[in-house]
Write a protein that binds this ligand. Sequence first.
Ligand SMILES: [Zn+2]
Length: 118
Amino acid sequence: MATVKNCLHCEKPIHGRSDKRFCSPGCKNAWNAARRRATRSVTEQVDGILHRNREILAMLMGEKTTKMEVDRLVLDRAGFNFKYITGIYTNSQGKLYHYVYDFAWMEFSKQVVMIVRK
Ligand SMILES: [Zn+2]
């Protein structure tokens, strides 16, 4: 007995070839569009956090400086999210740098964070 498959989008039974996943091209397009939207909302959320992190570092650093120390609280209060980085790097002294695009931060001490512009 053949098993009846249901459309991934509208869940109606599918007739025809057994490898079909959708009842119609319309359902296939709608399902793919919904999946793209879901992906975009996740990536936009993460992009937003990373962009804000970079803006905070850029704002603190200003135009002229390329290296500065800042109290961790200042970053916290500005809404900096330490969990979101674009890369990681350990320098020759074993210091761990967390990249946020063209900036990087390093935990200098429990309280002090070193910010550098790359
Ligand atoms: Zn369908």
